[in-house]
Design a protein around this ligand. Structure first.
Ligand SMILES: Cc1ncc(C[n+]2csc(CCOP(=O)(O)OP(=O)(O)O)c2C)c(N)n1
Length: 340
């Protein structure tokens, strides 16, 4: 029996939330997997094998926690470019993600025709990502509206960054969802920057979550480094949506552990102290420390998870790199309507 299959023990916070030892170790595994995949993508970009990387170091904890209560087969997820961890929990594989990075024909997001970071996977109900930020909010509300009309019971979760909430689309979407009490969970991953623009230049009222009151549904703030707290609010939002009580806005305040993208250098507009302070809030470390404190993340378990993650990322890199590029003749496929 491997250490990860050890008999569940009852321990403080996570047990109170109804999470088993196995659940929290699995959550830690996904956070570690997303982080390792992220790091691998940067290495590949620096090695000249990928043209661009936009990833989410620091965002993984809240993403895994928010996706956890969802029904992975039935519900919908509408991601943004930092949603790697959420997409992994929802059902994308590291290979799927790297096929997109290398622009390979088998990339489930776009057949290798989108920029990296534009996740989508019809089979696992992840909607394709658009480049203009904010457009995903009305898309998500449209899906939630359809679910209501068709009485499917599906819940939709949509994610965005703090800067993206300045777009008009976001307000229209939340207004409509509030009016019709739609089964949609609005996630805002607030890392306090929109590229190099700090939060105080984007948000006059001081709070993103507070905006929800104006649309007639609750908005809550959670520390994005506190995986269990993020899980608690996400589960509340999910249960509320399932009961037909309408949307909820979850603002996760996350550390920003990297630059905006591989075309950016955050050291040019952030102080050393600020970057250091964010490092101390790294969800991988914070959640790891919690799991250690309750005796779950022993050295053996940590090594076992690290080895599993390394193996999966190595295999995914090899498979994706070997996969063929799309045919030149398919360049215009899906650009124009192809149905009847
Ligand atoms: C409508 C639109 N305007 C501008 C851009 C360029 N752009 C891409 S990401 C981004 C910053 C978004 O910041 P935020 O939503 O806070 O997310 P973060 O990248 O910080 O996680 C901008 C301005 C865009 N893609 N779409």
């Amino acid at each position: 029996m491997s250490a990860m299959e050890a008999k569940p023990r009852v321990s403080a916070r996570h047990a109170q939330l109804g999470l088993s030892d196995r659940d929290v170790l699995e959550m830690y595994y996904y956070i570690a997997l997303a982080r390792a995949l992220d790091e691998r993508m940067w290495v590949l970009q620096r090695a000249g094998k990928a043209m661009f990387v936009i990833s989410g170091p620091g965002h993984e904890g809240c993403q895994v926690a928010a996706m956890w209560p969802m029904d992975k087969a039935q519900d919908w997820f509408v991601p943004f470019y930092r949603s790697i961890a959420a997409c992994l929990v929802k059902g994308m594989t590291p290979t799927d993600i790297l096929l997109g990075l290398f622009a390979r024909a088998a990339d489930p997001s776009s057949g290798g025709r989108q920029m990296p970071g534009h996740y989508g996977h019809p089979r696992v109900k992840i909607l394709s990502t658009s480049s203009p930020v904010g457009t995903q909010y009305p898309h998500a509300v449209g899906i939630a509206y359809a679910a209501r009309v068709r009485r499917t019971g599906e819940v939709t979760m949509v994610a965005i960054g703090d800067g993206g909430t300045s777009q008009g689309d976001v307000h229209e979407a939340m207004n409509w969802a509030g009016l019709y009490r739609l089964p949609v969970i609005f996630v805002v991953e607030n890392n306090a920057y929109a590229i190099s623009v700090p939060l105080h230049k984007q948000v006059a009222g001081g709070s993103i979550a507070a905006r929800a009151a104006g649309y007639g549904f609750p908005g809550v703030v959670a520390d994005g480094s506190d995986v269990l707290e993020c899980y608690r609010v996400a589960r509340d939002a999910y249960e509320r949506a399932k009961r037909g009580e309408g949307p909820m806005l979850l603002e996760f305040q996350v550390p920003r552990l990297g630059s905006h993208s591989s075309d950016d250098q955050q050291e040019r507009y952030r102080t050393k102290d600020e970057i250091e302070a964010d490092r101390a809030r790294d969800p991988l470390r914070v959640f790891g420390a919690y799991l250690e404190s309750v005796g779950l993340l022993t050295d053996t378990v940590r090594q076992e998870i690290a080895a599993r993650v390394r193996r999966e990322i190595d295999q995914a890199t090899e498979a994706a790199e070997r996969a063929p590029l799309p045919e030149p003749a398919s360049a215009a496929r899906y650009v124009f309507f192809e149905g009847r």
